[in-house]
Design a protein around this ligand. Structure first.
Ligand code: ADP
Ligand code: ASP
Ligand code: MG
Length: 412
């Protein structure tokens, strides 16, 4: 039998009623003759609550125990989904990551999937099981401990299963009916895209569009998984939602195809560091060893042998960054006057493969922001994106103004 992967996110399994509704969708696909692998998230809000408990108990927590706690939300929904399907007379069984097993690296809280041997689940399909319900977001390390894949990781579980089982398609059921030109919760004029190129989706995801976890898009691109995003709340036809596909499969696209944002950023500046060869290496090694995910970096021109170094990172990592830099100072690895943290910034980005062949996108973006009186603090660019760091209070305004200026509400 052909295998289909269906993933249901947190809002789609938030209550027993919604689990029933999702199970009905699964029943429709089973009736078409598929063996179905259902990947479930925790009920919405559950993972946040678990993360909160960990932080309250131990702010500089041991990541192994973080994973032990936060992986548990998915176990509940996997069992409930299997029971719901059984009540509908559909032969179903739940699987936690370690039972499959979903083998991952031991990078706790952000582990990568290394291997999913299909034999176990395939054997059960051969015995008449119709649906394997798998707890998303979790796996098992070479040391035999439970790992998690980073926030939003159930998307990656789903795509990894689709690749390992050579599924006909990987359907991501969520609370919006596809991928939009920007988050429809921030810009009501956002337009649903019928198709989006892997590379654009990869940028949008990594720049903050949480509709798909970045790693899931990477995997889909690498293993040529047919990936679709659609709503779990509406009746669905076979071409509903958004297909994430190769660039060649898209006929027309705008120069800019989407606007992404990341709300909870911080900007940190190390003031007056002794400038010498190896100083950037020393600072960023310290931050990396402290578990800080540095994003943008700017170094000022140095004066009299001293310079300022600025970077951005997630706002909840500011404390880790401070501790790492202070330790490097006391170890004599770096020498600086002051560390300033601005916790009130956000990153806004425009993305589009059309930027490869069109000039002037950056100039237009900066004009639009200046027209709204928004000051740009840091800029980074790549071939198909431009990102700026701005005051968080202007984030929505910036997203809406850019969406308007690049006419994203109009089809290409
Ligand atoms: P799930 O719980 O199903 O995994 P998520 O909350 O992780 O759902 O992702 C879906 C959300 O992503 C939407 O509700 C929407 O607010 C947000 N989002 C951000 N950017 C986009 C975009 N470009 N298109 C669609 N949704 C987006
Ligand atoms: N429950 C996890 C989270 O909220 C994983 C997921 O939903 O994808 O991050
Ligand atoms: Mg998600």
């Amino acid at each position: 039998m052909p295998v289909l992967v269906m993933k249901f996110g947190g809002t789609s399994v938030a209550t027993l009623d919604r689990i029933r509704r999702a199970a009905k969708r699964v029943g429709v696909e089973v009736a078409k003759g598929y063996d179905v692998i259902v990947i479930v998230s925790a009920m919405s809000g559950k993972t946040n609550e678990l993360v909160g408990w960990v932080n309250e108990t131990s702010p500089m927590y041991d990541a192994r125990e973080y994973d032990a706690v936060v992986s548990s939300g998915e176990n509940v929904t996997a069992g409930l989904m299997a029971l719901t399907l059984q009540e509908m007379d559909i032969p179903a069984r739940s699987w936690q990551g370690w039972q499959v097993p979903v083998r991952t690296t031991s990078a706790h809280a952000s582990a990568r999937i290394e291997e999913i041997p299909p034999a176990n689940i395939m054997g059960r399909f051969a015995d008449g099981m119709k649906v394997a319900v798998v707890a998303g977001f979790q796996g098992v390390s070479p040391e035999g401990r439970i790992t998690t894949l980073g926030r939003g990781g159930s998307d990656t579980t789903a795509v990894a299963f689709a690749a390992a089982f050579e599924a006909v398609r990987c359907d991501i059921y969520t609370d919006v009916d596809g991928v939009y030109t920007t988050d429809p919760r921030v810009e009501s004029k956002a337009r649903k895209l019928d198709r989006i190129a892997f590379e654009e989706m990869l940028e949008l995801a990594s720049l903050g569009a949480k509709v798909l976890q970045t790693r899931s898009v990477e995997l889909a691109m690498r293993y040529k998984v047919k990936l679709r995003v659609l709503s779990s709340f509406e009746e669905q036809s076979d071409d509903a939602g958004t297909l994430v596909c190769d660039e060649e499969e898209i006929m027309e696209s705008n120069v800019v195809s989407g606007v992404a944002f990341s709300r909870d950023e911080a900007k940190m500046t190390l003031v007056s560091v002794a400038d010498r060869p190896g100083i950037a290496a020393a600072i960023f090694t310290a931050l990396s060893e402290g578990g800080v995910n540095v994003d943008m970096i700017v170094q000022n021109i140095s004066e009299e042998g001293r310079t300022d170094m600025t970077w951005s990172c997630p706002v909840d990592q500011v404390m880790r960054a401070e501790k790492s830099v202070e330790k490097a100072q006391s170890d004599g690895v770096i020498n600086y006057h002051e560390l300033i943290a601005d916790r009130e910034v956000a990153k806004v980005s425009v993305v589009g493969i059309g930027m490869r062949s069109h000039t002037g996108v950056a100039a237009k973006m900066f004009q639009v922001l200046s027209g709204e009186g928004i000051n740009i603090k840091v800029i980074t660019t790549s071939e198909i994106k431009i990102s700026v760091l701005i005051d968080r209070k202007y984030m929505e305004l910036a997203v809406q103004a850019l969406h308007d200026a690049f006419e994203l509400h109009k089809p290409a």
